[in-house]
Ligand binder design. Structure first.
Ligand SMILES: [Zn+2]
Length: 137
């Protein structure tokens, strides 16, 4: 039985596995105005237990709320200035995201588990990232 990568203690729950896709550019074609990229795709399962999955889902939800609240506040601040609310809303959302991220990172530290972003340190993933694969297209 594989153990959870995030806490390194509990056994991984098959229903909570993260399927991390990896991409590698295999072909690039420039057809007049059209550019085409072709990728190899690979999915790496990362074992995770139910408790870590629940914590990750809660953190994601908190982050979404913080972004919504931040951009709402930003929107209101920018409202009296014509055109400014677009930028203040984006800035506020970003500030909310950063605040939530630092809060959840502290929580992960306290619980002594890895943050979901640490998936790139998972050895089978890390190995391929060094070999030219990327997490995003
Ligand atoms: Zn775990």
């Amino acid at each position: 039985m594989q153990e959870c990568f995030f806490c390194g203690q509990a056994p991984a729950d098959p229903g909570c596995t993260i399927e991390q896709p990896l991409y590698r550019l295999t072909r690039y074609a420039h057809l007049g105005l059209v550019r085409r990229f072709e990728y190899d795709k690979l999915v790496i399962p990362v074992g995770r237990c139910a408790a870590c999955a629940r914590i990750g889902a809660q953190a994601k939800k908190k982050r979404k709320v913080a972004i919504a609240v931040g951009s709402g506040i930003g929107f209101l601040i920018g409202l009296p200035i014509p055109g400014a609310f677009v930028f203040t809303a984006i800035g506020g959302g970003f500030a909310g995201y950063l605040a939530a991220r630092s809060r959840t990172n502290k929580m992960y530290d306290r619980l002594n588990i890895r943050a979901p972003e640490a998936v790139k340190e998972y050895p089978p993933v890390a190995e391929r990232l060094n070999g030219g694969w990327t997490l995003k297209k």
